[in-house]
Ligand binder design. Structure first.
Ligand SMILES: NC(=O)C1=CN([C@@H]2O[C@H](COP(=O)(O)OP(=O)(O)OC[C@H]3O[C@@H](n4cnc5c(N)ncnc54)[C@H](O)[C@@H]3O)[C@@H](O)[C@H]2O)[C@@H](O)CC1
Ligand SMILES: [K+]
Length: 483
């Protein structure tokens, strides 16, 4: 499991650790990790460290100090290192001294753009976890020059200008190829839009110990998902493996029913029961489906429901499903049709799975606001509805109904932004719910497998949602390390 902690928690852990260590030890650990990463990058872009050209962008805090000490290490290995000081009177004095002693030089901000143009590597030490708001005016042209330049950009701790705690980006921010972060991931490194600014992320251990129960974010990895995925035992039968009910599709949108069922069949439940007007289309494609036209209440035994994909205006079916005493996943049209009071009144678990546009409609804000503040949006929705919420997107977030760490999934690919792929996800996650996973585990494990399936199906080319469903077994095997 990868975890991310808030700035406040990081600061507390840093204080405790610093009290036990000689002064400056933590910064030296950070600088050593940063310099090693920079040397690797220089090896790739310039062939070697010796003789390469490095520009440090140095702000007024310890983030700039890290950059200066790392620059000193590179200078000792023969790199030509120049520090561009944004506020010369407040630059980290120890770091500045170390850089000068190692043969590095210092330039004023005005000279920065020209230096960046000729650099092999730009190290962004403008601001780290002490930052508020986007980049300040004096740093904006330097960030723009770094973006234009052929130099690799390595961000120190965070790309300057992004919000460490939320992943929000207000105004300009540095775009990095690599971010070297210290002690723990920060939420902003895992959530879009900031995640995109961070490039790839490398975590340097500086000895911080963080409390398990205080994580803001959790990102499942293969091993975590492998532990969650249901595997039938010798005593299993279809009921013990779980029956998932899919109430989806309409005369107008029969395909949504077929796609939701296609996901549900690959999600680990022992059987899929379909209820709705698209039974013929479902049976034609998936003869193993148990089809009923009697409505959810009289459909027979079901351990979890999926309601909403392609449902059109069928509010009655949504209401009937919400009255069931089993876990319910509400997606697509179902989100619009569900009565908020009925959702809040449920005692069995509920999982809502909006994309940004649907979340915006539920919250009464614009889509851009949701996309710009994904963490706040998913938490707000979960709080308002007393339900778990899976907010789809390039980084999918899953918030539980009672707070706690939000799960973030990054296995997705932009090729998954295709009609019907959400229907496949809803079936897949519903199936995991029927197999007995909690709403947060089902949502996050389902998003993980679905994202991976999207990657496998696409391999860099456009795909349809049915291709994603077909790729789910391969993704599942990959996660479990079999086949
Ligand atoms: N505290 C520690 O124990 C450690 C801290 N480390 C580094 O120290 C950083 C935190 O240092 P600081 O607390 O000094 O804070 P920062 O260096 O992140 O930034 C604080 C300074 O930046 C200015 N600033 C704030 N917002 C800005 C913006 N939007 N644009 C430009 N300037 C802005 C502030 O005026 C302040 O002087 C971490 O991100 C990490 O890089 C590491 O050395 C590891 C150990
Ligand atoms: K930075």
């Amino acid at each position: 499991m990868r975890t991310a902690y808030s700035v406040e928690t990081v600061r507390t852990a840093e204080r405790e650790l610093m009290a036990r260590l000689p002064e400056g030890a933590l910064m030296q650990r950070a600088a050593a990790g940063l310099a090693a990463a920079c040397a690797e990058v220089l090896g790739r872009v310039a062939g070697r460290v010796y003789g390469s050209r490095v520009v440090l962008l140095v702000g007024s805090g310890d983030n700039g100090g890290d950059a200066l000490y790392a620059g000193a290490r590179l200078a000792r290995r023969g790199a030509g290192v120049t520090a561009v000081l944004l506020t010369p009177e407040r630059a980290h004095s120890g770091g500045l001294g170390a850089l000068r002693r190692a043969g590095g030089s210092v330039a004023a901000a005005g000279a920065g753009e020209g230096l960046i143009e000729r650099a092999d590597l730009v190290v962004d030490g403008i601001v780290g976890i002490g930052g508020k708001g986007g980049l300040r005016a004096e740093a904006v042209p330097l960030a723009a020059a770094a973006r234009r330049s052929r130099a690799a950009v390595v961000a120190v701790d965070l790309p300057s200008g992004v919000d460490a705690d939320t992943g929000e980006v207000r105004g300009e921010a540095v775009r990095a190829d690599l971010t070297v972060t210290f002690g723990t991931h920060k939420p902003g490194l895992l959530i879009d839009p900031a995640r995109e600014y961070a490039g790839s992320v490398r975590l340097v251990d500086i000895g911080l110990s963080l409390p398990d129960d205080a994580a803001e974010l959790e990102a499942l990895q293969h091993a975590d998902v492998a532990r969650l995925l249901p595997v039938p035992g010798v005593e299993s039968d279809k009921y013990r493996r779980g029956v998932v009910g899919v109430a989806a599709g309409s005369a107008r949108y029969p395909g949504a029913a077929v796609l939701a069922v296609s996901g549900a069949l690959r999600g680990g439940a022992g059987a899929v029961r379909y209820v709705g007007p698209a039974g013929d289309a479902v049976i034609a494609r998936f003869p193993e489906t148990l089809v009923s036209d009697l409505g959810p209440k009289r459909a027979g035994r079901v351990q979890a429901w999926v309601v909403g994909p392609g449902a059109g205006d069928d509010a009655a079916t949504v209401a009937e499903v919400l009255a069931a005493q089993v876990p319910v996943l509400i997606d697509a049209d179902g989100l619009r049709l569900a009565d908020a009071g009925a959702v809040r009144a449920r005692t069995a678990p509920t999982l809502m799975t909006p994309h940004a546009g649907e979340a915006a409609a539920l919250l009464g804000v614009s889509r851009e606001e949701v996309e710009g503040a994904r963490l706040a949006s998913v938490r707000e929705l979960a709080g308002r509805y007393g339900a778990a919420v899976l907010l789809k997107g390039s980084t999918t977030l899953v918030a539980g109904p009672g707070g706690g760490p939000v799960r973030v999934n990054a296995t997705g690919t932009s090729w998954l932004a295709t009609a019907g792929s959400g229907d496949v996800l809803s079936g897949l996650v519903g199936s995991l719910l029927a197999a007995g996973l909690s709403v947060v585990d089902a949502g996050s494990a389902g998003a993980y497998v679905h994202g991976l399936a999207g990657r496998f199906a696409a391999e860099g080319a456009p795909v349809g949602a049915h291709d994603v469903a077909d790729a789910v077994p391969g993704a599942w095997r990959d996660v479990r390390g079999v086949g």
